[in-house]
Design a protein around this ligand. Structure first.
Ligand code: ADP
Ligand code: ASP
Ligand code: MG
Length: 466
């Protein structure tokens, strides 16, 4: 079989974890599988990089740089020593070189007091840049031939949107040429999360973007399967940190996973299903710490189910925006003006609802998009197109997902009756056009309780009968 295996930050956290990955890869190699690997940064490293880079643009001094470089150096060297003792010299000096580069870039950010989206992308890619060579060395240490490539070298070409770029169709052919050849003789280790534009400028694919890299590369090499290795047994009926008896689902459809991940089920990057779906490649989500568990299988048409609702997802980093103004009543083009200006400011609108009087439009956006959204809408206020814009941070969105909801009457009634009985106040409702998703907004305090109520109502912790 030709397999693309992706290991997330939780699966590469230390030398022990890296050795566990090498065990998995060695086993498949012995079976004769062709393997390509995508890896993330070690858990927490991307966050560290973002925090320091962002602080430097307004910092009074550059004192945040040295501790960051020291901590990255220490953590990666300890991992390297444990996972690939024979390569400490060779790979250690490669890591040192990278850290010196990173330090210089961070100093430049501080001196210029400017962090552009382009330079930020460059900095945040260092987590993957530092980790991938360690995995490559650990494979060689075990006698498995391996080479290390960044996302651009692997053939991922993207749009120029820094921080949220999308793969271009011509990536497929480039990946096939580059990686398709390599995996006949070795195990290529590809740095996740990044690609580059046609001009060769580095871009990143959005947070959790290594899942997306995995799917892009998997599609490019026409993999038989794509395996996403993480720290839980598979995709669960709800985030296990919120619902302690959440259950692993044996199978889901591409559509269901897209609906779940769009609303923030952290197991998968929202765009990561699309490349696999295009090539009809089976995706598995598996646990590095429990590899014998079958995990979750993601396929075109999930298992036939009696279940109408399969899973819930909860996202608390959202904000509600209310746009009021009598000027909107019966005036054509107001909605167009609102959505055009939001798109121009690259604001991603997650949910929309319009009152029947037309005097009010409510939107849900990702929290980081709130400031650009409010700035954009204030322009419309100045132009007299809308009268008032207010916003509220203290909200969260819950999505109820299941392909069986399409054409099953009464699910909405059941959801909102259960919430009403539990005294959860629903502020806004939206049904996706696919009908595989009903989502709603409640106050932040009510979010976990809303999940609990619905998890019980639809008996999601009980095994399927078939
Ligand atoms: P990785 O580093 O492997 O990419 P992530 O931390 O990005 O891992 O994603 C895995 C985590 O996602 C799990 O540890 C779990 O806490 C969280 N999670 C949220 N929603 C779900 C869900 N529906 N099913 C499984 N895990 C979920
Ligand atoms: N390291 C990146 C992040 O933390 C990408 C990934 O882990 O998938 O978002
Ligand atoms: Mg992830």
């Amino acid at each position: 079989m030709r397999l693309l295996m992706k290991f997330g930050g939780t699966s590469v956290a230390d030398a022990q974890c890296i050795k566990r990955i090498v065990d998995i890869l060695e086993e498949h190699h012995k079976r004769g599988d062709e393997l390509a690997v995508v890896v993330s940064a070690q858990r927490g490293v991307t966050d560290q990089l973002i925090e320091v880079a962002s602080s430097l643009a307004t910092a009074k001094d550059s004192s945040a740089i040295a501790p960051l470089i020291q901590s990255l150096s220490k953590r990666h060297m300890v991992t390297l020593e444990g996972a690939a003792p024979d390569y400490v010299q060779e790979v250690g000096s490669e890591l040192d070189e990278k850290l010196i580069n990173l330090q210089n870039i961070l100093l430049a950010i501080y001196n210029l007091r400017e962090l552009t989206p382009r330079s930020k992308d460059h900095i945040v890619s260092y987590g993957e840049r530092l980790l991938a060579p360690i995995l490559g060395a650990a494979l060689r240490q075990r006698g498995l031939a391996s080479s290390v490539l960044d996302g651009c070298e692997a053939g991922i070409l993207t749009t120029p949107q820094h921080g949220e770029s999308t793969a271009l169709p011509e990536s497929d052919e480039r990946i096939q040429k580059k990686i398709g050849v390599l995996l006949k003789k070795e195990i290529p280790v590809i740095m996740g999360f990044m690609g580059c534009t046609r001009e060769g400028v580095l871009t990143t694919l959005g947070r959790s973007g290594s899942d997306y890299s995995a799917s892009i590369i998997g599609a490019g090499i026409d993999a038989d399967e794509i395996w996403i290795w993480t720290d839980v047994d598979g995709i669960m009926t709800c985030d296990p940190r919120i619902i302690n008896d959440a259950r692993v689902m044996p199978s889901l459809s591409y559509l269901e996973v897209m609906e779940l991940s769009y609303f923030g089920a952290k197991v998968m990057h929202p765009r990561s299903i699309e490349p696999a779906m295009r090539k009809n490649i089976l995706v598995r989500v598996k646990n590095t710490f429990n590899p014998s568990h079958p995990g979750t299988m993601i396929i075109r048409n999930g298992q036939r189910h009696n279940r109408v609702v399969k899973a819930l997802t909860y996202i608390d980093k959202v904000a509600a925006i209310n746009i009021n103004g009598a000027q909107m009543i019966g005036r054509p083009g107001v909605a167009k003006a609102i959505f055009t200006i939001l798109a121009d400011h690259e604001v991603n609108v997650m949910m929309i609802s319009q009152g029947s009087s037309e005097a009010n439009i409510s939107l849900i956006v990702d929290e980081p998009h709130l400031t650009p959204a409010v700035t954009a809408l204030s322009t419309l206020m100045k132009q007299g197109i809308v009268r008032e814009v207010s916003h509220n941070h203290d909200v969260c969105a819950v999505a109820v997902v299941g392909a069986g909801m399409a054409g099953a009457p009464g699910t909405g009634g059941r959801i909102f009756t259960a919430l009403g009985k539990a005294g959860v106040n629903v502020m806004m409702i939206s049904q996706g056009s696919s009908e595989a998703n009903i989502s709603f907004v409640v106050s932040q305090d009510d979010g976990p309780r809303a999940c609990r109520v619905l998890h019980d109502e639809f008996r999601l912790s009980e095994e399927d009968d078939e």
